[in-house]
Design a binder for this molecule. Sequence first.
Ligand SMILES: [Zn+2]
Length: 152
Amino acid sequence: MSTRVWTLSVEQRESLIEAAFEAKQKAYNRYSKFAVGAALMAADGTIFKGANIENASYGGTICAERTAIVKAVPLQSEGTTSFIALAVVTDVPSTISPCGMCRQVIREFCALDMPILLVPGDYPKPPGDESEGKPGITAGGVKGDQHRRAAP
Ligand SMILES: [Zn+2]
């Protein structure tokens, strides 16, 4: 059994979070008014941005995470483990996890232990914020990075 340690550099982490915020501005969210941004980083550092794209037929709505993955996958030639991190942000101050359908798509194209940064809408939270020190919470109130898990 080997253990892979996913470590984003400070610059990669900040770039990815910034890209998720930028992506959120492109949300097509006329029905819910709930904007979501996602940014997926490939191993070569390329960042693919996605926003939620809603539809009057709710089932036609595509989440930000899947938008980013669908943009990225046709351009990747290294297979399904060529992504190194995903960041997701909304407008609310709590962190929001991907929905079940997105989790299934993430599972299809990303390594099981790839970091998924759940970014609070008011990132970066100031030192002393109530989230500080809670399990899984890292700098700025982000949840999910510095995730370590044994690979099969
Ligand atoms: Zn989703």
